[in-house]
Design a protein around this ligand. Structure first.
Ligand code: IMP
Length: 203
């Protein structure tokens, strides 16, 4: 079975990714499980650039097939901040309870559509000697007026999805996986990976 490295160290994300790609006939291995302890600097200005930097760096180091993602939340009223800086917003080690409350506080007095926000996820697939491919998925929502829900991670407790009348932290993991930015980007990528595997000569 072919193996694909997934260039993330975030366990929350890795669990979602495994679930979404579970019927793909490949062994999905995280950097940690591959025994790689890498700290790749995300120097890009876009999600696409950062996902490609991560996938290409690991592919060049290992010579293996590599998937990487870059994701974050864009709050329109804050000029799409924190965007690519979502993980580093207010400091990498600052608890999300503080980051989330800070965003809510910035939007006090702001109503309706002006509270719009989205989660964005870009996946990059790096294959030795081929062009790296990227896919993008988004989910639209609004910044909630208070923190709610205990599932998920990061900004889930303030990301309100009107169709479900709750935040993504109030959804079950399965429900979130059905609609998430990550699952949208990954399901398009899944078809690309299947085509790539089918194109390989039989072993
Ligand atoms: P990355 O590791 O640079 O992609 O960081 C992405 C950051 O964006 C995460 O650490 C979270 O802060 C945020 N983020 C991305 N996807 C989600 C999600 O599904 N829920 C909540 N926060 C997310």
């Amino acid at each position: 079975m072919k193996r694909i490295l997934f260039a993330t160290t975030n366990e929350g994300k890795m669990n979602e990714i495994r679930e979404i790609l579970k019927d793909l006939e490949v062994e999905l291995v995280s950097l940690k499980d591959a025994g790689l302890n890498l700290d790749i600097e995300e120097t890009g200005d876009t999600f696409e650039e950062n996902a490609m930097i991560k996938a290409n760096t690991v592919m060049e180091l290992t010579g293996e097939l590599v998937l990487a993602d870059d994701s974050g939340i864009e709050v329109d009223y804050l000029g799409k901040a924190p965007g690519v800086y979502s993980a580093r917003y207010l400091g990498e080690d600052t608890p999300y309870s503080i980051k989330n409350q800070y965003i809510i506080d910035q939007l006090v007095g702001i109503e309706g559509n002006e509270r719009s926000a989205r989660f964005v996820c870009v996946i990059a697939f790096a294959v030795p000697d081929r062009d790296t491919i990227v896919t993008r998925g988004t989910i639209e929502g609004f910044i909630a007026k208070q923190i709610s829900g205990a599932h998920g991670f990061g900004y889930d407790p303030i990301f309100y999805v009107p169709e479900f009348k709750c935040t993504t932290a109030e959804m079950s993991p399965e429900q979130k996986n059905e609609i998430s930015h990550r699952s949208k980007a990954l399901s398009v990528m899944k078809d690309i990976i299947i085509k790539y595997l089918d194109s390989l000569p039989g072993e």
